[in-house]
Design a protein around this ligand. Structure first.
Ligand code: HEC
Length: 108
């Protein structure tokens, strides 16, 4: 490989990665990820899931399970919000769902 083709390959890879990162479901676009992370830490999500499945609790998130799309993921978090009386605002539910999607479900 010449220097030029190597530089080009690097650039192409960088663009591909940037595009992959940008592929966020429309409903999670502009979500406040930092807020979502904070809420997940504050809302006992992980502690309770760990009691169920052990480890770091993330085994509760099953991308190949019954949740099969971004909207369903958000719906599940909204359901937990209501059942557990977390009194989260809609944008907070979205923020949490966006973080779970980024880290576990990866819907596009
Ligand atoms: C009191 C315990 C408890 C708390 C607190 C809790 N969960 Fe859960 N969660 C569960 C249980 C139990 C399941 C599994 C239900 C099942 O599979 O039937 C679950 C499942 C889920 C799922 C679906 C996983 C999948 O792929 O099927 C999501 C998403 C989820 N929880 C998100 C959250 C979030 C976000 C929070 C915090 C805001 C939270 N949960 C707080 C008990 C809890």
């Amino acid at each position: 490989m010449t220097l030029k083709t190597r530089a080009f390959a690097g650039l192409a890879l960088w663009i591909a990665c940037a595009l992959a990162r940008a592929q966020v479901p429309a409903i999670f676009e502009g979500a406040d990820l930092a807020l979502g992370e904070r809420l997940i830490a504050q809302s006992q999500c992980v502690a309770c899931h760990q009691r169920r499945v052990g480890g770091d609790g993330s085994a509760i998130y099953r991308p190949a399970g019954r949740i099969s799309a971004a909207g369903a993921l958000r719906g599940m978090v909204e359901q937990c919000n209501q059942e557990l009386n977390l009194t989260l605002f809609p944008e907070e539910v979205t923020a949490i769902s966006a973080v779970l999607n980024r880290d576990h479900y990866r819907f596009r």
